[in-house]
Design a protein around this ligand. Structure first.
Ligand code: PMP
Length: 342
């Protein structure tokens, strides 16, 4: 049997209490409206709504699109996997530094891929994507760098691929933390799929809920791919929780702006300590220091109860990815970093 190189998720250790900044979870609780939503959810005796109608309505509305432009899945990882299966042929194009699940999907579905190098400053060069392909996947903002591609540049990639009837998949896991969504381009582009998650922006990582936005013919393609595994999009509790969360935009505006304010403060603190910090529009920062190796810093932070993410891979091994937590946590982390560096 072929052995696959699996995706490695960030650790969830239980040995002691950490300041946990390694998997880009939201530090705040989901909306209190969730309590009632879960109490009033469809009885678990029954199968879930196979169309996830209320959820799709709420997700569509939150993005200015009708419900038939929405497909729900168990976390955006599942939605991305189904999109790779439904829409992509060899070779798929994605950046050499991006979400490390994309090559895993390719291996699993036996699709070849070509890596498009980011520039030296880690920005994405749209021109690199203007070549014959079997599909394009772009995380925007990108991970783990946090860097955003402007929609105007994205449109050059969409136009090129529209003429060739190739699907462009935009993974917007982090878009809510200050970037501009490509969802508004969907009416114009029958080849665009935007994938979102409620894990980060809506503090629902434990619920496993994500969705795709696209024109109905692509939504149908995702549904057909999904039905070959399991014909229920997501369970009844996830449908109820997700609907309630998407309807409470006011609560989440508060949460998002707190995270963004804390990020601004933390980036300044890091910069003053001499870190190189890439410009982030996400709920994490990607930062490195030339006086201490990132691998060493990772260990020393871990010893002091701070968990961050280190990727031992070319071009990124000089950086740590640090999730933005509460103000209190980030102040503690800044003080610990200061101590380590002094
Ligand atoms: N896309 C990107 C770029 C991510 O970083 C993540 C989180 N690991 C995901 C998708 C998946 O998120 P989830 O499955 O929790 O929706």
């Amino acid at each position: 049997m072929q052995s696959l190189e699996p995706y490695t998720a960030g650790e969830q250790p239980k040995d002691k209490k950490y300041i946990k900044l390694n998997t880009n979870e939201n530090p705040y609780e989901p909306t209190p409206a969730l309590q009632d939503a879960l109490k009033n959810a469809r009885s678990l005796r029954l199968y879930p709504d196979p169309l996830a109608a209320e959820f799709c309505e709420a997700a569509g509305k939150a993005n200015g699109l009708p419900a038939d432009h929405v497909f729900a899945g168990n976390g955006s990882d599942e939605v991305l996997a189904l999109a790779f299966k439904a829409f992509f042929d060899s070779p798929v194009l994605f950046a050499d530094i991006t979400y490390s699940f994309y090559p895993v999907f390719c291996e699993f579905f036996k699709i070849e891929f070509l890596l498009v190098p980011l520039r030296d400053d880690f920005t994405l060069d749209a021109a690199g994507f203007l070549k014959p392909n079997g599909g394009v996947a772009i995380a925007n903002p990108n991970a783990p760098t946090g860097i955003t591609l402007e929609l105007k540049e994205l449109q050059t990639i969409l136009d090129y691929n529209l003429a060739r009837k190739r699907v462009v998949l935009i993974d917007e896991a982090y878009v809510a933390f200050g970037a501009e969504s490509a969802a508004k381009l969907i009416p114009q582009y029958p080849n665009l799929v935007v994938v979102r998650t409620l894990s980060k922006s809506h503090a629902l990582a434990g619920m496993r809920l994500g969705y795709a936005l696209a024109q109905p013919h692509l939504i149908e393609g995702l549904r057909m791919a999904k039905d070959s595994f399991n014909s229920y999009p997501v369970d009844s509790l996830a449908q109820a929780a997700g609907t309630a969360a998407l309807r409470d935009a006011a609560y989440y505006e508060g949460v998002l702006s707190r995270v963004v304010d804390t990020r601004t403060w933390f980036v300044r603190a890091l910069t003053e300590m001499g870190f190189r910090v890439l410009p982030s529009k996400t709920n994490f920062v990607f930062a490195g220091h030339d006086r201490i190796k990132a691998a060493e810093l990772f260990k020393r932070l871990r010893d002091r109860g701070v968990l961050v993410r280190y990727f031992d891979a070319p071009r990124v091994r000089d950086f740590l990815r640090i999730t933005i937590g509460t103000d209190e946590d980030m102040q503690k982390v800044a003080a610990i970093l200061q101590e380590i560096l002094s």
